[in-house]
Write a protein that binds this ligand. Structure first.
Ligand SMILES: [Zn+2]
Length: 422
């Protein structure tokens, strides 16, 4: 029951977590060097209800429950209430509840139903109350709360391994890979000892976790080089990510033609490539991934070939701005209806990983060409989008300052834990 007391408890928990790291860092030293700090945003004002002789119970819907059996568990013996719940159209959402969903029931000493509330499948709260002349139902828009979560991790074996150790949801780590998609190829570049910090939003609806939101700031130290990104609304009103010096994270090209995912990240190509091993030998970069993994265009462009070529199997060629072009080979199939002269946007799916042509296992063969000459895309500095303008630079620096502090806090905490472990 979300009384003022429980909200207060949540707030105290959040503050205690911060304080514990500040006062006694050695309490976390035996674990992996990951840090969790939650900041609780304003505590909603909830007026305590009149609880005179009324007991609130939480019951969860069980498989095979009827409304009768659910209410009986809550101590309700009230034929009038049952009659209302069975017949009133406004009470109908209670019949749509799936097993596991909580229902809060207020019952008096006599076993009469005083009130009932639950979250509908549409996420509103439905409150049914006994009034002087029978029951009535009202819908409440839920209290939504956004907390900022700050986590750090260090890569021991894989990015997902580090994310798991730090308690970071998949959705956030994939978004993190997306934020740095122009700078880091998460298939080839990530190595042991890389570190990261991420500040992201977690949504709560009436105190229950309801998914993660945007990444507000992130840092990735890859092979000793530090990349930072802060969310910022640009002049055109578009939300993007910028370095602390105002450089756009977005680039004309993605580093990787495959979206980073748990499935593909663990896929090794060691045993699939006896024919050609290095970029130097075959002028492309290979991405081992299960057949059917979507392949995305790394930049906006125009399709100049889509079909079969010896060696490449099913292959797509795309011409981009300037003298750039890209090639995607060994596809199991092309995206539906893809054909020559089609315009594609960065990130659009153009086909699916396969092993057609000269391939002994499922992988994508990716080539990056400048003036039709192959280049190693992993070694190129690629053009980025427009930076923060000079006129807005001061506002930008001021706007990101709290996030800069959050990342600095994360770094210092991870550093403490690391130093003490060794
Ligand atoms: Zn290849």
């Amino acid at each position: 029951m979300p009384t003022g007391g429980q909200w207060l408890l949540l707030a105290v928990f959040g503050l205690t977590t911060v304080a514990a790291f500040g006062i006694a860092p050695d309490t976390v030293l035996d674990t992996v060097p990951t840090t969790r700090v939650e900041r609780v945003l304003p505590v909603p004002q909830i007026v305590a209800e009149d609880v005179d002789a009324v007991y609130w119970r939480e019951e969860r819907v069980q498989r095979g429950d009827t409304i009768g059996s659910l209410l009986a568990r809550a101590g309700v013996e009230d034929p009038a209430a049952m009659g209302y719940l069975r017949s009133a159209p406004e009470a109908r959402p209670i019949y749509q509840l799936r097993p596991g969903r909580p229902v809060h029931v207020a019952v008096d000493d006599a076993g009469d139903l005083v009130a009932l509330r639950f979250r509908t499948t549409g996420n509103d709260e439905l409150v049914i109350e006994r009034g002087d002349d029978g029951f009535r139902a009202a819908r409440n828009v839920p209290v939504e709360e956004v907390r900022t979560t700050l986590r750090t991790g260090e890569i021991r074996s894989s990015l997902f391994g580090a994310a798991d150790a730090a308690g970071i949801p998949d959705q956030v780590i994939i978004a993190l890979a997306d934020v740095f998609a122009a700078d880091i190829d998460f298939y080839h570049d990530v190595r042991k000892g890389d570190r990261f910090a991420v500040v992201y939003e977690t949504r709560f609806i009436d105190g229950e976790p309801a998914g993660t939101g945007r990444i507000l700031a992130a840092e990735f130290i890859n092979g000793g080089k530090t990349y930072r990104a802060f969310q910022w609304r640009d002049e055109a009103g578009d939300v993007g990510y910028f370095s602390d010096e105002g450089q756009a994270s977005k680039s004309a090209f993605l580093r990787s033609p495959l979206e980073f995912s748990r499935v593909t990240s663990g896929f090794t190509m060691a045993r699939f490539h006896p024919l050609l091993r290095t970029w130097r030998e075959h002028k492309g970069v290979d991405y081992a991934a299960p057949t059917g993994t979507p392949v995305r265009a790394t930049a906006d462009g125009t399709v100049t070939f889509a079909g079969w070529q010896n060696g490449y199997g099913n292959v797509v060629f795309i011409r981009h701005q300037g003298a750039y072009s890209t090639v995607y080979g060994h596809l199991s199939k092309l995206a539906a209806n893809l054909k020559v002269a089609d315009k594609v946007g960065q990130g659009d799916t153009i086909g699916y990983v396969g092993m057609t042509g000269w391939a002994t296992g499922p992988h994508l063969h990716y080539e990056f060409r400048i003036a039709d000459q192959p280049h190693d895309p992993l070694a190129l500095d690629l053009p980025t989008a427009a930076p923060v303008t000079p006129e807005r630079y001061a506002a930008f620096k001021e706007g990101i300052a709290p996030l800069v502090d959050s990342l600095a806090l994360a770094r210092s905490l991870a550093g403490t834990a690391l130093a003490a472990r060794e």
